[in-house]
Ligand binder design. Structure first.
Ligand SMILES: Cc1cc2nc3c(=O)[nH]c(=O)nc-3n(C[C@H](O)[C@H](O)[C@H](O)COP(=O)(O)OP(=O)(O)OC[C@H]3O[C@@H](n4cnc5c(N)ncnc54)[C@H](O)[C@@H]3O)c2cc1C
Length: 462
């Protein structure tokens, strides 16, 4: 499908000729995300402000033109892909400003195209803290983070994007502007529309302004590293640490395959025969509280089989302890040219059972599944490694993925802790939700977007 000349002219009239592109280079540049799937849009459009967004949406709604909002395109599930053409609405050119940092109420107001790390730096310069830290923090936008409800390593203690969204401004597909939420801690008037828009993956409305809660930056942090004989021992240590009343900022893990992959690639002297390692950060407003937490973690880890426990003496040592975790994603490609990477999540106490199930699936299909991730919040990155040129192996890999999803759902978990549904996980929605629940999702979509112009063919709704 291509956008007729009359539509291009009408849209240029709204945003200006310099903000609409239909040339090949732009269509290709905006055709992909981190899934590496590619779908060319018909046009790429850079709105200057909320009014532009409103007029563009009104025009497209009337003319049945698909709109796909896009942040940095770092999504792992195809949410920002224009799978059946239409217009990509991108915010990085104009709608990328931090509008306000309100020190008195500890709130930031931003446009959707602001990069996560830029916001973190801006508020930290004022002694405040915005905790959500997806690994894509250098690139991904706050608009994309809200639309995917992104989380990061600090989620174990500080929660995820939804815990910081106080209010949103958004444009409905018919061009009307809505406000959802308030700059108040308490707000119980009406339905929680902001809550519905968070993680809606651009399918309900285009978010044009975000009001975020900030907190005070913790003064002291410390990093520790524990080596365990098996994944089961490590997973028990994870949930028992929290059950003992310690809430680490991050609690990340690598299994034996992930450890070996990093060691093979970087020769860092990692324990090759370890079943798993855990890397954890704690923070506190005062030093002795920090030391108390570390002493307790040391105790719980040892009670759960930890045979080596190191605490970083300074920032450089902390960086060293984090090295394996920061580099495991790229290292595991030693096991196969294609990585089928999912991010299932279960309640923390179910982690040992989840990892056990994954081990059985790996043996059943004779396929390697290195696992690592954010065990402090029950989120495991499972990586089914296959030879991308071997069709049969890729097919088997997908079967293994389906069984991993089933195991997570059966353990009371979810298909995705971070990456969302998009197109990649759409076929599995019916595994996780009943017909009644899916119908409710579809009714919500219809209420916001009756003509189905906003990011259709996503989240299993079509
Ligand atoms: C190396 C790497 C590491 C990653 N690590 C993490 C991680 O630790 N945690 C995590 O949660 N995710 C992670 N991700 C996934 C991804 O970065 C997040 O999902 C991120 O929130 C996407 O932001 P984005 O700006 O790139 O949005 P995009 O990918 O461009 O879009 C994501 C979705 O948001 C919608 N959208 C974007 N802007 C708007 C708007 N203004 N209004 C309405 N809808 C909008 C899009 O339509 C799409 O559905 C990682 C990705 C990569 C490549």
């Amino acid at each position: 499908m291509s956008l007729g000349l009359a539509h291009v002219k009408a849209l240029s009239g709204i945003v200006g000729n310099e903000n609409i592109y239909t040339d090949k280079a732009h269509l290709i540049a905006y055709s992909y995300d981190a899934t590496r799937n590619r779908f060319n849009p018909d046009a790429v459009l850079f709105p200057r402000d909320e009014k532009d967004v409103s007029e563009v949406l009104r025009y497209c709604d009337k003319n049945g033109i698909i709109i796909v909002p896009r942040g940095a395109g770092s999504g792992f599930t195809g949410g920002s892909l224009s799978v059946k053409g239409g217009i990509i609405l991108a915010f990085e050119k104009h709608m990328n400003k931090i509008l306000e940092i309100d020190m008195d109420n500890m709130v930031a107001v931003v446009q959707p195209g602001v990069i996560n790390m830029e916001l973190q730096k801006a508020v930290e310069a004022k002694g405040l803290f915005y905790p959500p830290d997806p690994a894509s923090e250098e690139h991904s936008t706050i608009g994309g983070n809200v639309s995917e409800n992104a989380g990061g390593m600090r989620a174990a203690k500080y929660g995820i994007t939804k815990d910081y969204v106080m209010a949103l401004r958004a444009v409905l597909p018919n061009g009307e502007i809505i406000r959802a939420g308030k700059r108040t801690i308490k707000d119980v008037a009406g339905y929680n529309i902001a809550g519905i828009l968070i993680a809606s993956e651009g399918t309900l409305a285009v978010i044009t302004e975000i009001t975020l809660k900030l907190i005070t930056k913790p003064k002291f942090t410390k990093t520790a590293f524990g080596v365990f004989p098996s994944v089961k021992h490590a997973m028990s240590a994870v949930y028992k640490t929290f059950a003992e009343g310690i809430t680490p900022v991050a609690m990340e893990f690598l299994d034996n395959l992930s450890i070996k992959a990093v060691e093979q690639r970087f020769k860092k002297g990692l324990p090759m025969d370890a079943g798993a390692i855990l890397i954890t950060d704690v923070d506190a407003p005062v030093q002795n509280l920090l030391d108390e937490q570390m002493a307790k973690i040391d105790e719980v880890f040892k009670q759960n089989g930890c045979n080596e426990f190191k605490i970083a003496k300074d920032e450089n040592e902390a960086k060293d302890l984090w090295f394996a975790r920061r580099n495991c994603s790229q290292s595991i490609t030693v096991y196969g040219s294609k990585k089928l990477n999912e991010d299932v999540t279960v309640p923390r106490s179910k982690l040992p059972e989840l990892l056990d199930e994954i081990d059985k699936i790996s043996k059943k299909y004779d396929i390697l599944i290195p696992c690592f991730g954010h065990t402090g919040d029950g989120n495991v990155h499972t990586n089914v490694m296959v030879d991308g040129s071997d069709k049969k192996q890729v097919e088997i890999g997908h079967k293994a993925i389906e069984e991993i999803f089933r195991a997570a759902v059966d353990l009371g978990g979810t298909l995705s802790g971070e990456h969302g549904i998009g197109i990649s996980k759409a076929p599995f929605m019916k595994m996780a939700f009943t017909d009644t629940e899916m119908n409710l999702f579809c009714s919500i979509k219809k209420a916001f977007d009756p003509n189905n112009i906003l990011n259709p063919y996503k989240m299993g709704l079509d």
